[in-house]
Design a protein around this ligand. Structure first.
Ligand code: GLY
Ligand code: MN
Ligand code: MN
Length: 440
């Protein structure tokens, strides 16, 4: 694998911005992920650490990036796995330090086993180390060991860093605002994922199994060199009331709804889409009544994703619409304002209305600044995902509603001109869903 010139430039721009933010007297250290054993001597498919990927684009495990503003020998230093003929025959190619410089834009690169020798030179004279302690205990020990060593030496004149700052305070604020290149990837990831949901609606029917629908969706991802960005949820009937249901091992039944929450990841950027539709192609009256409430909440919450508006607004709007709807159909009794104040809606709506989306499905970046919800800015991407879940056997609730679980989740880009729904390729009105299935 190799990066295009454009990609190398994009990563260089990000590093430059990070350097501007941390300042000339700081250094940042960012580790790659390691492989994780799945069973005995096989590993899970490798997924790069998002922060490391964002700044370096380097796709291999067990690497470390050091970013040192203004350093003479080079500001971007990569430590990589040592090249090894046998390992490369068995397990795959390694770029090694030369490849890191030639193909990934590193100014200087070393073998990872040279880290302890090089790190003191990289940290010496720097005031602050931007590194997230606690995530990589082995590396924590090496870095704090180097700082201790420098402190000893500094009695004789050299300067040891005096502060440790969690890298995410700066880096995650950068990741929250997507660049043009990131938006292009998100467009493609969401477009393919929307197509996958359409295919699922077309092929699901009574007698098929949840895993067969999952296979249909995930094959659409794989066809585009994408993988699921998180465990796909394919829950028929009552299973939709289990928020993180991933067993996906039950048959689909006539008369049930099917809730699918699945998104494909493209070059580290994931979509996150949920649709809920009738397995037999026709909503029952009770299903439709609940569905229309959730759809209304979804649509009105999306409208609030405007630059300058509070990031707390979508949830506020969603809980109001959902609570009003629940009173209308008899799920809740009482005055809407009081029910909201007492959070009575939580029995049927127990999660938030959205989250940042990007490299991580629950992407990084703060929601509040100084204790108050921040304002939306162009370039942020958020999900909008209201739902209602009426557990089977809920006392005092009309049985026709038992086991109905509905979520409608879209991915929305905040632009200068208002919210742009990236996932509009998959239908969500009752009419559009029913006609799509009827035509299948
Ligand atoms: N798929 C995870 C979520 O919707 O937050
Ligand atoms: Mn989500
Ligand atoms: Mn989701």
């Amino acid at each position: 694998m190799t990066l295009s010139t454009q990609e190398v430039r994009e990563h260089a721009r990000r590093r430059k911005e990070l350097m501007r933010r941390i300042g000339a007297d700081a250094v940042a250290i960012i580790p790659a992920s390691s492989e994780v054993v799945r069973a005995r001597d096989t590993h899970f498919r490798f997924r790069q650490n998002s922060d490391f990927q964002y700044l370096s684009g380097f796709p291999e495990p067990d690497a470390i990036a050091v970013i040192a503003p203004g350093r003479k020998e080079g500001e971007f230093v990569l430590f990589t796995r040592r090249r090894d003929k046998d390992s490369e025959i068995w397990h795959g190619r390694r770029a090694g330090p030369e490849g890191a410089v030639e193909r990934y834009g590193a100014d200087q690169a070393f073998n990872i086993d040279e880290l302890e020798r090089e790190l003191p030179k990289l940290l010496m004279g720097r005031e602050a180390v931007h590194y997230t302690l606690g995530e990589y205990p082995e590396l924590d020990g090496k870095i704090t060991g180097v700082v201790r060593y420098l402190r000893e030496v500094s009695r004789r004149g050299a300067a040891a860093p005096t502060t440790f700052t969690a890298l995410e305070t700066t880096l995650h604020e950068m990741r929250l605002l997507k660049s043009k290149a990131e938006i292009a990837l998100m467009r493609k990831a969401t477009e393919v994922s929307a197509r996958a949901h359409v295919r699922a609606m077309q092929m699901a029917r009574p007698g098929r199994y949840e895993w067969q629908v999952m296979a249909e969706i995930q094959s659409e991802f794989e066809r585009e060199n994408m993988q699921p960005g998180y465990g796909s949820i394919v829950g028929g009937g009552d299973n939709a009331c289990i928020l993180h249901y991933t067993e996906n091992n039950m048959p689909l039944r006539d008369g049930d709804l099917l809730l699918i929450d699945a998104g494909g990841e493209l070059q580290g950027y994931t979509a996150d889409i949920t649709r809920t539709f009738p397995v037999n192609g026709k909503f029952s009256a009770a299903q439709k009544a609940v569905y229309e409430i959730v759809l209304e909440a979804n649509k009105l919450a999306i409208k609030t994703l405007k630059a300058g508006a509070s990031a707390g607004k979508p949830h506020e709007v969603a809980i109001r619409i959902l609570t009003e709807g629940m009173v209308d159909i008899g799920l809740l009794k009482g005055k809407v304002d009081e029910l909201i104040a007492q959070e009575k809606y939580r029995q049927f709506y127990m999660h938030g209305t959205g989250h940042w989306l990007g490299m991580d499905v629950h992407d990084v970046g703060r929601y509040k600044l100084g204790g108050k919800y921040r304002k939306f800015e162009p370039g942020m991407i958020m999900t909008v995902e209201p739902g209602l879940y009426i557990a089977p056997g809920t006392p005092d609730i009309d049985e026709q509603f038992w086991g109905i679980g509905i979520r409608i989740e879209d991915d929305v880009l905040i632009t200068e001109n208002g919210p742009e729904v990236l996932t509009s390729g998959v239908p969500k009105s009752v009419k559009d869903i029913e006609s799509l299935i009827a035509a299948a």
